[in-house]
Write a protein that binds this ligand. Structure first.
Ligand code: 0O2
Length: 212
């Protein structure tokens, strides 16, 4: 496919990622300004690289004409939370919004993947306004804790390094690390109230709540 054609396909996804990143960042700001605990720590987004799209189409046997229907994560938003409990709160926020319509939810927290991967995925429909009119797109929102993110980043790099040939020993270590991440998240949840109180009072002391 020509580069111009790729640009035409991917530009609206870039716009969706930019707009959604701004919207979630504002959500963080609004919580801080109101002095309310925010379930989101950090937001990032990306448009999938052309090489990754092609690789995924090949892996899933998706013809180019069906690319936009079948590949749900061309646009991806990642939301990082402190605590597992915050993930459900973020999903609730998304469910209530009128600009993101949920297509499906994938709960890899209750049912972690074989690799040990844990995260909550929400696929939403989102409309961008382009010079050719409105375009309704699918965006994958991945919601996970700081600890789950740490694990996923390391495992992703190792997947990239070993491709299909990850040694069993490395795979085993990653599974053990995933269990440790789970235990860490549970431990942190048990002190969540104390941490939230401490953070709210720090914020008040720093005057962040009243900052304009
Ligand atoms: P990248 O490089 O992050 O873009 P499905 O048809 O639902 O089975 P799909 O679309 O792969 O297939 O959905 P799934 O399994 O929900 O995964 C979507 C994305 O979640 C992946 O995108 C990863 O970002 C992340 N993910 C899923 N499984 C793992 C895992 O085992 N380890 C890590 N680190 N991340 C995972 P891509 O396209 O695979 O990769």
């Amino acid at each position: 496919m020509e580069i111009q054609l790729w640009r035409e396909i991917l530009d609206p996804y870039r716009q969706a990622v930019d707009e959604l990143t701004v919207k979630f960042d504002h959500m963080i700001q609004e919580h801080h300004n109101a002095g309310i605990y925010c379930p989101i720590v950090q937001v990032s987004g990306r448009v999938k690289k052309i090489s990754s799209i092609l690789e995924k189409c090949q892996r899933k046997n998706v013809p180019m004409e069906e690319l936009e229907e079948k590949i749900e994560d061309i646009a991806g938003i990642r939301i990082i939370c402190q605590f597992v409990e915050d993930i459900e709160r973020v999903v609730e926020i998304i469910r209530k919004r009128s600009d993101m319509i949920i297509k499906k939810e994938k709960d890899y927290i209750s049912n972690s993947k074989e690799s040990g991967y844990r995260s909550y995925h929400v696929i939403v429909y989102y409309t961008v306004q382009t010079i050719n009119g409105p375009k309704n797109l699918e965006v994958e929102i991945q919601i996970r804790t700081l600890a789950m993110n740490f694990w996923a980043i390391i495992e992703h790099s190792l997947q990239y390094k070993y491709k299909e040939n990850m040694p069993d020993e490395v795979r085993g270590r990653l599974l053990r690390a995933a269990k440790a991440v789970d235990a860490l998240d549970m431990e942190m949840s048990s002190v969540r109230d104390e941490i939230m109180d401490a953070q709210n009072s720090n914020r008040r002391k720093a005057g962040i709540v009243s900052d304009i």
